[in-house]
Design a protein. Sequence first.
Length: 265
Amino acid sequence: MPELAEVEYYCNQWRPALDHKVATVYLNSAKRVFRGTDTDALVQDLEGARFVHAATHGKQMCFRFGESSWLGVHLGMTGKTTRTRERATSDPHSHLVLEMEGGDSLVFTDARMFGRILYTNTNTTPDWWADLPPEILTPEFTFEWMNRFLDKRKRSQIKSVLLMQEAFPGIGNWMADEILWRARIRPHKRVEATDLDQREHLYERVREVCADARRVIAPDWGTPPDAWLFNHRWKDGGMCPMTGKPLVREQIGGRTSCWSPSWQS
DNA sequence: CTATTTGTTTATCC
DNA sequence: AGGATAAACAAATA
């Protein structure tokens, strides 16, 4: 589920516990979400440490505790971070619980376990947080930067390129379809077949959809207006909000894509 | 029972 | 070497 704005929403669920100390950590290190992570260090370091920072970068979340503890959370396909006042959890998919002083419990759940928990104890920024590409809504995400990436992916279908996190951090399946629909570019189009005008338009729509998604979804998981593709894309039989003609749903690059043949070319 | 899923990593082919 | 593509991961839901 989670793309840029949804990840921000879930990050916000833990924020009210900032400045509180972790009382007890509950986890099951055998769960797949901890693959490659030193869970013993995670538990030892976090218990008693103060929750001091919460941030997102694309689909990656970073939570800091004490002086040197960095907890990374990636939600994968079905992950969620939630906050609850309840003590015990019997949910078999709650893989990590931080019981805080003050009564909140910060929970990471993920049924499908495509998500991932990272943990690093370091006085400098860990690689998994430092080595990320420019965020789309920052000045560093320039047209020239995006265009150079497109030139490296000439033979790919444009839809697949928009899903590449090393250039478009935070964009996921629905955002990619929304961007291409607004840019009037069909998702199968090869990058090499796009001209400069189309690329400039695409750049503007990439930034626009990110800003719109953040504004509407991040604060309280609001529902986008019907003027977006969003509300029409999820099941067969939807109609294009621009032309009123049928939308098409098909696999492109292994992902279900929704587009409007009467609007996009 | 089968098909589907808002993501990433790995393997394989070119 | 590096890009393009498909499969794998796993469980809920329809």
